[in-house]
Design a protein around this ligand. Structure first.
Ligand code: Q46
Ligand code: ZN
Ligand code: ZN
Length: 308
């Protein structure tokens, strides 16, 4: 297979785009495409300060690398969850995030949940579910809270996450299977900061396949954590990804068109904004200043206080 631009040996063939590229042209293509998506969805400008949430995985580190190569002002945020199963998941992902930042002279904020709140994520989850439940609900809430807090305190204009097309298509698939209009209306490459205390959130990689990001990280020599979080085993989102991969096998481009046609329908008003549960977020937590659904402290502040 030859590169469509220069005829050299191709390193990747993207069947959905009918496009094969060599290493050099592939790395350029990723930059051009990302820049195009940033503009198209009005994510941010070169004057704005970006906080990239990094997990040590290929997507978030590649995102940070791309924004850095494009010349954006992007700092990183790593959240130490205290998940020690497997190969010592949190310790290793933190080491790789720190190494990445040091190699490029970039600034990385680190929030260690245990140090800051007196408990790791698995400990918080054990306490609230009496040892029965998975830590993912608590983990998701804590990550959202901390990301927003660090972005606000640091005066960042926007928070960027490394969600790729496979992630977005899996979420969309789940929300469609269950017809959850409130989630559908909010799934977007950009979530505007439409409440006081919220920072705008963007997903610049939302149109790249997971394998495209893996190829990018590999070709750029980015060292990342291969293992998924041990708690993701058996999750619905992995199951939906498998189903979508089977569909993609038979119909190259199926995942991309599922997602893009959804975005188009959303833009055309198929999902009414009245269905947006965010509209109800009219209260402000007196402890942390972030929006919450009911008067009084938000769920995260209550969770943290109930430990002491
Ligand atoms: S929520 Fe659950 Fe993830 Fe947290 S505990 Fe691991 S799998 S990291 S995206
Ligand atoms: Zn080429
Ligand atoms: Zn709060």
């Amino acid at each position: 297979m030859k590169c469509r631009k220069c005829g050299a040996k191709a390193v990747i063939n993207m069947r959905q785009h009918k496009l094969a590229l060599c290493k050099e042209h592939y790395l350029d293509w990723i930059l051009e495409q990302t820049q195009r998506f940033i503009k198209k969805y009005k994510m941010f400008t070169p004057q704005e300060r970006i906080l990239v949430a990094v997990s040590g995985g290929k997507d978030s580190l590649s995102l940070w690398d791309i924004l850095w190569r494009l010349g954006y002002q992007a700092d990183g945020l790593y959240i130490g969850l205290g998940i020690d199963e497997g190969i010592g998941y949190s310790a290793e992902s933190q080491r790789l995030s720190e190494q990445f930042a040091a190699q490029r002279g970039l600034r990385l904020h680190i929030v260690d949940v245990d140090q800051q709140y007196g408990e790791t994520i698995p400990e918080m989850a054990d306490r609230t579910t009496r040892g029965r439940g998975k830590p993912c609900a608590v983990c998701g809430m804590a990550k959202r809270h901390i990301m927003n807090r660090v972005a606000r305190e640091g005066g960042y204009d926007v928070l960027a996450t490394g969600h790729n097309l496979d992630d977005e298509a899996a979420v969309l698939f789940g929300n469609t299977l269950n017809w959850i209009p409130g989630y559908l209306v909010r799934q977007s490459p950009v979530l505007e900061a439409n409440r006081p205390g919220l920072v705008r959130k963007v997903k610049p990689l939302c149109r790249f396949y997971e394998r495209e990001m893996a190829a990018y990280a590999l070709l750029r020599g980015i060292e990342y954590i291969y293992e998924e979080c041990p708690h993701s085993v058996g999750s619905k989102s992995l199951y939906y990804k498998e189903i979508l991969n089977r569909l993609e096998e038979d119909r190259p481009g199926a995942k991309l068109s599922f997602y893009l046609r959804f975005l188009q329908a959303r833009e055309e008003g198929l999902f009414a904004p009245q269905a947006d549960p965010q509209v109800e977020l009219l209260h402000t937590c007196p402890s942390c200043g972030q929006p919450t659904t009911a008067p009084g402290e938000c769920a995260f502040c209550r969770l943290v206080k109930s430990a002491s």
